[in-house]
Design a protein. Structure first.
Length: 255
C-alpha cells in the first residue's frame, strides 16, 4: 500500500465536497479516480497534495501520516502532480522548466551559487544530465532549448510530466492527462504512462473522463459522486454498475 486515504471529509462552508471517503492504492498500481463533473475528484487531489486541509480524516503515504503537511513537504515525501490546465513557466525553456523540478537535488550552498565556486558547477552539470535523461525518456530532448509553451499540446503535457518526474516521486498524480488530445496522442500517452510506471518504479493516480483511456490503463478505479464513493473496483464492472450509470446519465425513472 503506497497511499491510504482514511475517512476524508472536506467542507466548504455548508457544502460537502468530499464525504467520509476511504480508499487505498497499492505500490505500482495505476489507479483511476473518476466521476461526473463536480464529484470532488480535484478536491481530493488538492487534499492529497496539501493544497487543501481536510475537515476530518487522514492521508498516509508509504505508512507515514502526511495530513496537513505543507505542500513542499509533501513533494519532498514523494508526491508530484500535474494539472488539468497545463502549468508551465511561459518565459522558460523546456530544460529550465524541468530544472525547477530538480532544484532540491542540487547539493551546493547558497553562497557557492552566488560566488560560482567549483561545487556549484559540478552539481549543475549533474542536474542538467539528469534533466536530459528524463527529456530523452519522454522524447522531448530535441526541444530542450525551445520555449516550453511554443510546443504542441501533447509535448507541453510531456514537459509537465517531466518536471513532476524530476522531483523523484513515489506517487504521480495526473489531472486529466488526456484532455484535449486526439486518439493517436491518447494511445501514445497510455503507452508512455506504462513505461513511466515500470522504468521509474512509481505508482500513478489519475483523474480522467476518457473511459476508453481509463479502461486501457487502470488496474482499478474509484467512482465519486457528490464527494461520496459509489464504486471501487475494475472499470469493466464500473460501467455496468447501476449507481455509476445513474451518476453519469441520471435517473431515467424521474427524467
Amino acid at each position: 500500500m503506497i497511499l491510504e486515504i482514511k475517512n476524508i471529509t472536506k467542507n466548504f462552508g455548508g457544502i460537502v465536497a468530499i464525504n467520509d471517503t476511504t480508499f487505498h492504492i497499492n505500490k505500482n498500481e495505476i489507479f483511476g479516480l473518476i466521476g461526473p463533473n463536480g464529484a470532488g475528484k480535484t478536491t481530493m487531489f488538492n487534499i492529497i497534495t496539501g493544497n487543501y486541509k481536510p475537515s476530518s480524516g487522514q492521508v498516509f503515504l508509504d505508512g507515514n501520516n502526511i495530513t496537513n503537511k505543507k505542500n513542499y513537504k509533501i513533494v519532498q515525501a514523494g508526491i508530484a502532480r500535474t494539472f488539468q490546465n497545463i502549468r508551465l513557466f511561459s518565459s522558460m525553456s523546456v530544460l529550465d522548466n524541468i530544472l525547477i523540478g530538480l532544484d532540491n537535488t542540487a547539493k551546493y550552498t547558497y553562497l557557492e551559487s552566488i560566488f560560482r565556486l567549483p561545487r556549484f558547477f559540478s552539481q549543475e552539470k549533474i542536474v542538467k544530465e539528469k534533466a536530459y535523461e528524463i527529456m530523452k525518456f519522454l522524447g522531448i530532448d530535441k526541444y530542450a532549448n525551445e520555449l516550453a509553451t511554443s510546443l504542441s499540446y501533447g509535448n507541453q503535457r510531456k514537459v509537465e510530466i517531466a518536471r513532476a518526474l524530476a522531483t523523484h516521486p513515489k506517487l504521480l498524480l495526473l489531472d486529466e492527462p488526456a484532455a484535449g488530445m486526439n486518439p493517436n496522442e491518447t494511445k501514445e500517452l497510455a503507452q508512455l504512462l506504462f513505461k513511466i510506471r515500470d522504468e521509474f518504479d512509481i505508482t500513478i493516480l489519475l483523474i480522467e473522463h476518457d473511459m476508453k483511456f481509463v479502461n486501457h490503463l487502470c488496474d482499478r478505479v474509484m467512482v465519486l459522486d457528490y464527494g461520496k464513493t459509489i464504486f471501487e473496483g475494475h472499470i469493466e464492472d464500473a460501467i455496468q454498475d447501476k449507481e455509476v450509470i445513474k451518476a453519469y446519465l441520471g435517473d431515467f425513472k424521474h427524467a
